[in-house]
Design a protein. Structure first.
Length: 259
């Protein structure tokens, strides 16, 4: 299972400026806001808030979340703000700024992600799978899907994320950096029980950002655990399954099992 973001309403987090500077993304959020982002929360937008505070609209999985940066810029309050009449002043801004992507929109984002193909490019079915290299359930799904992949019926597009263990980021980076990422993924899975691919010790900034972008995408499309599988159902609609599909659902996702 992946780490779960647990944030209590009106929780005050004291954080030193610059502590997470190395994790800053393209948007130069203040350090306390970046630290929340590092916990798996996606920052969507910014707005003016009462009391001299700066508001930030965010999403934890598929749940909208309001953050308030204190005037000193050193602390963030997470939760709902009420006015003197007890009215929720956070909700209108969250409704305006935070929109969980539709699954069709999510599919378009997945196509642009840093993924590793597994199987025939011309396979009639394509699945996107958020995969942590240390996830035992990802490994189980990888093995379960072999008959479909090897028969040319399905292409898995693994989106490596680094969320489960300290070595996850380094392993995800090593997979993405390989000369032949598909072969590296196969070798990793074939040797999963003995540790799989060696984690990259000194991750270049561009690779670190690729893994971080996959992590953010996973959060943005509402996937909270690995494997997170996106697929088209029999009606052509995009669906998502979190965890290893079993029984009839497995064939709904992968298609009839090859002979």
């Amino acid at each position: 299972m992946s780490r779960t973001v647990r944030i209590a309403t009106a929780c005050l987090l004291g954080l030193a400026l610059g502590a997470f500077g190395a994790l800053a993304q393209a948007q130069p959020w203040p350090a306390p806001i970046r630290s929340i982002e590092d916990k798996g929360v996606t920052i969507v937008g910014q707005f003016d808030a009462p009391g001299g505070m700066q508001g930030f609209a965010a999403r934890a999985g598929d749940r909208p979340l309001a953050l308030y940066l204190t005037p000193d810029g050193e602390h963030v309050i997470v939760g709902t703000m009420l006015d003197a009449d007890g009215q929720n002043v956070s909700k209108p801004k969250l409704d305006e700024l935070v929109k969980t992507p539709s699954r069709a929109d999510a599919w378009a984002e997945l196509e642009q992600a840093h993924w590793i193909g597994d199987g025939d490019d011309d396979a009639p079915r394509t699945l996107y799978v958020f995969t942590d290299p240390n996830c035992p359930y990802c490994h189980k799904f990888y093995e379960a899907a072999r008959p479909w992949v090897e028969a040319g019926a399905v292409q898995l597009r693994h989106i490596p994320v680094g969320i489960l263990k300290p070595t996850s980021e380094g392993k995800a980076a090593a997979l993405l950096a390989a000369d032949d990422p598909e072969q590296a993924m196969r070798a990793h899975e074939n040797n999963y029980r003995s540790g799989g691919i060696e984690p990259m010790a000194d991750i270049p900034a561009d690779l670190r950002e690729q893994v971080a972008a996959n992590n953010r995408l996973m959060s943005r499309v509402g996937v909270r655990g690995t494997p997170g599988i996106f697929y088209h159902d029999s009606a052509g609609e995009v669906q998502v399954k979190q965890g290893v599909p079993q029984g009839a659902l497995r064939e709904e996702i992968l298609g009839p099992k090859p002979d």
